[in-house]
Design a protein. Structure first.
Length: 376
């Protein structure tokens, strides 16, 4: 049997690589001498000096290390709605950042310059967890988002930031594909306050051919987060013409969501634009987003949104009971606020699910790049 190993995450070494290097948990030594990384279902099996597909978890000195701890590809203050999260602290600012690499290989990646990076020069900003939280607090950000690339691959760094954030009453948000194994998944979500998980399609064929991954682990993650944690959950599906946008697939997907996650998990259908290795497909027409939204709502999903297009009607939150406007949106700018101090519809008293405050934030649609080196 393979030997299970869980080296202390506290022990940190500088092995001369760009950025900090942190010993990780979740790996095992195999009978043939290779070490298997057990963070995600890919289970990369590495010999000395090799890196996993994510490129940032590597075997060095006979253990698995995270080579990008404390380094970021960039920081930006965004509206929380850009993550997208429509039911989590609406109108507030979030400090967004990512690192480099990814554990999937999506041909349509919209952040490929970061997630597919193989050069450390994209990691421009050095940032300890304490500094990230300090900057977020200085900029009046209510939360920090791990985004641009999947936080699963910088598990230890994300958790350390989340722990520092909680000490300062700042929330943490994971924007992720949900492609993670059960044990690290449980540790990771014990530290998160909200998550937007990509449900990229509803067929194993799509995940295999287009993402070099699998659907089943993502469904397991969605069910775990929904039923076993207090993390606020929203879902995003990027609709790609001819690949995952058929009425039949959207029907099956949304029926599964209602049956397995419930009717009040917000679902965002967003528009694809040609990028990375998928430039032969046209942009998603607005009609496809409208059709998906209609199918989802007909199947019982109460909060369904469109994204990456200007569609005020498709981005506004409505009361599922009386149809009144609860949170009016135009792109990322909020308008009418139809909730009382307890998050109930002012017209009929029905509660709107989410992490809501008596009044919305006032950040608006601004996007403000930030360099942490400007802070002491």
């Amino acid at each position: 049997m393979p030997e299970s190993v869980a080296p202390s995450r506290v022990r940190r070494e500088d092995l001369g690589l760009p950025g900090s290097v942190v010993s990780t948990a979740y790996w095992r030594v195999l009978d043939d001498g290779r070490i298997q990384c057990d963070v995600c279902p890919r289970e990369c099996k590495l010999r000395e000096g090799q890196r996993g597909l994510c490129y940032v978890r590597a075997r060095i000195d006979d253990e698995i290390v995270l080579t990008t701890y404390g380094r970021s590809s960039g920081f930006c203050v965004d509206p929380i709605e850009k993550k997208p999260l429509n039911h989590f602290l609406p109108g507030t600012a979030v400090l967004s950042f990512g690192t480099a690499g990814c554990n999937l290989a999506c041909r349509f990646c919209q952040n490929w310059d970061i997630s597919k990076a193989r050069e450390y020069d994209v990691l421009a900003d050095e940032a300890t967890p304490e500094k990230v939280v300090h900057v977020a607090d200085d900029l009046s950000c209510r939360s920090v988002a791990f985004t641009y690339n999947d936080p699963v691959i910088f598990h230890e760094y994300a958790i350390d930031i989340a722990e520092a954030a909680r000490r300062s009453d700042i929330r943490t948000v994971a924007v992720t594909a949900g492609y993670v194994k059960p044990e690290p998944m449980r540790e990771f979500y014990a530290h998160m306050d909200a998550a937007n998980i990509d449900l990229k399609a509803f067929t194993e064929e799509f995940y295999h051919r287009t993402c070099a991954g699998a659907l089943a682990p993502v469904l397991d993650t969605l069910e775990y987060v929904r039923h076993e944690t207090d993390v606020w959950l929203e879902i995003t599906t990027l609709l790609i013409p001819g690949l995952n946008d058929s009425a039949e697939e959207i029907d099956a997907m949304t029926k599964w969501v209602v049956a397995n996650l419930g009717d009040d998990v917000p679902h965002h259908f967003t528009a694809f634009h040609p990028d990375f290795k998928m430039r032969d497909r046209p942009p998603t027409p607005a009609s496809s987003l409208d059709r998906a939204r209609t199918i989802a709502m007909d199947n019982g999903q109460r909060y369904v949104y469109t994204g990456n297009v200007r569609d005020a009607a498709g981005q506004t939150t409505y009361c599922h009971n009386c149809g009144g406007v609860l949170i009016e949106r135009d792109w990322y700018r909020l308008g009418r606020w139809g909730l009382d101090d307890e998050g109930r519809c002012v017209s009929c008293g029905t509660r709107c699910p989410g992490v809501l405050e008596p009044q919305p934030g006032t950040w608006g649609a601004r996007r403000m790049p930030v360099r942490l080196s400007d802070w002491n």
